[in-house]
Write a protein that binds this ligand. Structure first.
Ligand code: ATP
Length: 247
């Protein structure tokens, strides 16, 4: 676990063809404490994925800095789509971020056991349901024992029962090895179910519009009525509903 200090003086994408240049962040600052599970909510196209890519070090074309509270933190990233390599087996996909060797194979198999996919270690991704593919992506993000976990709508497009099971799995995985989490979702209920803190982004360039601590027990988080009541009192009643009818 580590704290993260994000300071983006400017992030813009240049014009491409007919699409004009776009300023995504200006003077944007976000401090994430080491123990936090921070959920980012905000309308489509605001820059949430861009922010995760900057924290991951995948996007370095910005003015500013991302500082961690420890040197060289391990960063796990579960992308919006599972991004499994179709020509590699499930186990091979999970151990991709590790050096090759028997210890990594063993760690990969243990990870698959934890996410309930031990039987599919030698299968190819095309055989897997979307829920299973998302489990593999979780295993791949966790196999490096991350200090920071970046998750970009990792449970999107799953039916509610499957998404609930995966949220429970994520909680169990984090219980065993704590990480600082930055989690993007459009689903305000999912945000309240998981977060210790919810940050709502708005505007162009994106700014923090709301920053809410979530102090609810597990039972309250599992109760739709309690979640709805929390969203209402925290001023999050509409946050995360921007996609209604457009997804
Ligand atoms: N490589 C790129 N070149 C040009 N524009 C880009 C590039 N990547 C993203 N953008 C634009 O930057 C804006 C922010 O994109 P980003 O994917 O970060 O938004 P988001 O908040 O994650 O959206 P969503 O919730 O739909 O995933 C969008 O308008 C997008 O079209």
């Amino acid at each position: 676990m580590t704290s993260i200090t994000i300071d983006i003086a400017e992030k813009r994408f240049p014009a491409v063809g007919a699409a004009p240049a776009r300023e995504i962040f200006r003077d944007f600052r976000l401090e994430v404490a080491a123990h936090e599970f921070l959920v980012l909510l905000g309308a489509s196209g605001l820059g949430k994925t861009t922010l995760l890519n900057i924290v991951a070090g995948l996007d370095t074309r910005f003015r500013g800095s991302v500082r961690f509270g420890m040197p060289a933190p391990r960063i796990g990233y579960a992308f919006q789509s599972p991004r499994l390599l179709p020509w590699r087996t499930v186990l091979e996909n999970v151990v991709l971020p590790l050096p090759s060797g028997p210890a990594s194979q063993e760690a990969g198999r243990a990870m698959l056991e934890e996410v309930g996919l031990a039987d599919l270690a030698d299968a190819y991704p095309e055989r897997l349901s979307l829920g299973q593919q998302r489990r593999v992506a979780l295993a791949r993000a966790f196999v490096i024992e991350p200090d920071v976990l970046l998750m970009d709508e990792p449970f999107v497009s799953l039916d509610e029962a499957n998404a609930t099971r995966l949220r429970e799995l994520l909680r169990a995985l984090l219980h065993r090895r704590a990480a600082t989490v930055l989690f993007v979702t459009h689903d305000g209920n999912e945000a309240v179910a998981l977060a210790s803190r919810i940050v709502v982004l708005e505007g162009t360039p994106a700014q923090v519009a709301r920053d809410v601590e979530v102090r609810l027990g597990l039972l309250e988080r599992a109760s739709p009525a309690k979640v709805e009541a929390f969203r209402h009192t925290a001023g999050l009643a509409l946050a995360g509903r921007e996609r209604t009818g457009t997804a």
